[in-house]
Design a protein around this ligand. Structure first.
Ligand SMILES: Cc1ncc(COP(=O)(O)O)c(C=O)c1O
Length: 475
C-alpha cells in the first residue's frame, strides 16, 4: 500500500462498475416483479441436477473474481430457477411483496443500519416503534402497542413464550412443572418454542370448527393446578395454518384472565384480517391478549422476513431480555429515548431494519387499501369454496376460513383410501406443473388440497383455473 489514499485490496467499485451493477440490479428487480405478476410459478419444473448446473455446484472456491456482467448473469440464472409467488400460487402462507416494500428493502440493504439500539439508527428505531403502533392500531390490538420486529412467526412465538415465562414466573423456578396450553391446530413453531424453553405443552380440545374450546381450557388449567403443575401461558390462534380458524378470543381471554396466565395470540397468518371491517367481529377480544404476533411477510405483502411481536406493556419484553448486556455496548446517552436498546427487548443483537418495508407499504397505500386487498383475498377464497361445493367431482373438506379453502378431487368411483392417494398424486403433479400451486392439509384424517389466497394480484379467473387444472392433472 504505497499510496496512503488507496488500498490495494479495497472491495469498492469504480463509478462505472457501480452504475452498471445498479442498472443490472434494477433490471432484474423489474423482471422479478413482472414474473410474480404473470407467472408461471416455475419457469421450468425444478430438478436437482439442473439446479446444480445453474449454480455451478461443482465449482471450487473462486480464487480470483469476475466481472459485473458475469456476476449479474449468474444471479439472474439463480433467480430464474426460483418459485414465484404468482397470482395462482396458493401454497402455504406466502404473499408476494408489494413493489413499494421491495424498493424499501433494497434501500435497507444499501443503508445497512444495524438496529441494535437507538444509537445505531435513531430514525430507524423511531420508524420501528411507529410501525409497531400502526400495526397495533390496524388490527385493533392497541394503538399504543410496543414490542419488537423479528424474523418470522416461529421467532415471534419463541420470543412470546419467553416473555410470558418471565411475566408470571421467577428466573429460578423449576420449569419442568410449567405448562403452555393450545389447540391441536396450533402451528408447530409453538411446540418447538415450548420444547426449547423446557415447558410442557398441553393440547386442549377444539370444537367442530377447529376452534379452541374455552370450557376445555378452563378444565385443563384447573386440573393441572390441582395436580401441582404451573399453568403459565395460553396460545390462541387468530387464523390457523391449515384452515384459517380463529379461536374464540374473548372467551379464551376470560379463562386466561381468571387463571392468571399470559395470553399469547398467534396471528402470524390471520391477524391482518382483523383490519377488514366486515371480518373484525371474528377477532373480538383480540385486544385482551397480552401479546400478539403478526407476520408482515404472510399477509401484509412484505418480502421475507418481517414479523411483529406486539405487547401492551413495555416492561414485559424488558423483563425477559433486559438482564445486563456486556459492557462494550453500554449506552452512554442520558435522554430516555436515546438510551433505548432493542437488545433489552428481544433475543437478537444485530438486527436488520425490518420496519422500513412495512412502514413504506402502510404509508404509501394506507390502511384502507391494505384492508381492502385482504378483504378481496378472503372473498376469493369464498368464491373457490362455492365453486368446489357446486362441482360434482369435488368435495369441500373445510372452510372457507379467512382466505383458506381445503378440498379434494372426489370422482365417484374412488373409495376413501384411494381418494387420499389420488389427491396426493394430483398435488405432486400440480407442484411440478407450475400453472397453479396448492399445498396440502390433513382434515379429519383425510388428505386435502389446500388453497391459501394472500395475493393482491389474484383474480376470480386465477381461482377458477384451479378446478380446471386439477381435473386435467387428475386424468
Ligand atoms: C399460524 C402460524 N404461526 C407461525 C408460523 C411460522 O411462521 P414463520 O414461517 O414466519 O416462522 C406460521 C407459518 O406458516 C403460521 O401459519
Amino acid at each position: 500500500m504505497s499510496d496512503p489514499d488507496r488500498r490495494d485490496a479495497s472491495l469498492d467499485l469504480t463509478e462505472e462498475q457501480l452504475r452498471s451493477l445498479l442498472a443490472g440490479v434494477t433490471l432484474l428487480t423489474e423482471q422479478e416483479v413482472a414474473a410474480a405478476r404473470t407467472g408461471p410459478v416455475f419457469a421450468h419444473p425444478p430438478c436437482a441436477m439442473e439446479v446444480d448446473r445453474i449454480v455451478g455446484a461443482e465449482r471450487t472456491l473462486p480464487v480470483d473474481g469476475e466481472s459485473v456482467g458475469e456476476l449479474l448473469a449468474a444471479c439472474a440464472a439463480v433467480l430464474a430457477a426460483g418459485r414465484r409467488t404468482t397470482p395462482a400460487f396458493f401454497g402455504y402462507v406466502q404473499s408476494p411483496p408489494a413493489p413499494v416494500a421491495v424498493a424499501a428493502d433494497l434501500l435497507v440493504s444499501a443503508a445497512d443500519q444495524n438496529l441494535t439500539s437507538w444509537r445505531s439508527g435513531p430514525a430507524a428505531a423511531a420508524v420501528e416503534h411507529q410501525t409497531l403502533r400502526w400495526l397495533g392500531e390496524l388490527v385493533s390490538f392497541d394503538a399504543a402497542a410496543t414490542g419488537i420486529l423479528v424474523s418470522g412467526g416461529s421467532a415471534a412465538n419463541l420470543t412470546a413464550l419467553l416473555v410470558a415465562l418471565r411475566a408470571v414466573t421467577g428466573p429460578d423456578e423449576d420449569r419442568r412443572t410449567m405448562r403452555v396450553y393450545a389447540s391441536a391446530e396450533t402451528h408447530f413453531s409453538v411446540a418447538k418454542a415450548a420444547a426449547a424453553l423446557g415447558l410442557g405443552l398441553q393440547t386442549v380440545g377444539a370444537d367442530r370448527d377447529r376452534r379452541l374450546d374455552p370450557a376445555a381450557l378452563r378444565t385443563a388449567i384447573a386440573s393441572d393446578r390441582a395436580s401441582g403443575l404451573s399453568p403459565i401461558c395460553v396460545v390462541a390462534n387468530a387464523g390457523t395454518t391449515s384452515t384459517g380458524a380463529v379461536d374464540p378470543l374473548d372467551a379464551v381471554a376470560t379463562v386466561a384472565d381468571e387463571a392468571g396466565v399470559w395470553l399469547h395470540v398467534d396471528g402470524a397468518y390471520g391477524a391482518p384480517a382483523a383490519a377488514v371491517p366486515a371480518h373484525r367481529e371474528l377477532f373480538a377480544g383480540l385486544h385482551r391478549a397480552d401479546s400478539l404476533c403478526i407476520d408482515a411477510h404472510k399477509w401484509l405483502y412484505a418480502p421475507v422476513d418481517c414479523s411483529a411481536l406486539l405487547v401492551h406493556d413495555p416492561a414485559a419484553t424488558a423483563r425477559a431480555f433486559g438482564a445486563g448486556a456486556d459492557d462494550y455496548v453500554r449506552v452512554l446517552a442520558t435522554q430516555p429515548a436515546e438510551t433505548f436498546a432493542f437488545w433489552d427487548h428481544g433475543l437478537e443483537l444485530s438486527r436488520r431494519f425490518r420496519a422500513l418495508k412495512l412502514w413504506a407499504t402502510l404509508r404509501f397505500h394506507g390502511a384502507r387499501r391494505i384492508a381492502a386487498a385482504i378483504g378481496e383475498d378472503i372473498s376469493l377464497a369464498a368464491h373457490l369454496a362455492e365453486l368446489v361445493a357446486a362441482a360434482e367431482d369435488f368435495e369441500l373438506l373445510a372452510g372457507p376460513g379467512l382466505s383458506i379453502c381445503c378440498f379434494r378431487h372426489a370422482p365417484a368411483d374412488l373409495d376413501e383410501p384411494a381418494l387420499d392417494a389420488h389427491n396426493e398424486r394430483i398435488l405432486q403433479r400440480l407442484q411440478r406443473d407450475g400453472r397453479v400451486y396448492l399445498s396440502n392439509a390433513t382434515i379429519d384424517g383425510r388428505f386435502a388440497l389446500r388453497a391459501c389466497i394472500t395475493n393482491f394480484r389474484t383474480t376470480r379467473a386465477d381461482v377458477e383455473r384451479v378446478l380446471t387444472v386439477v381435473r386435467e392433472l387428475a386424468g
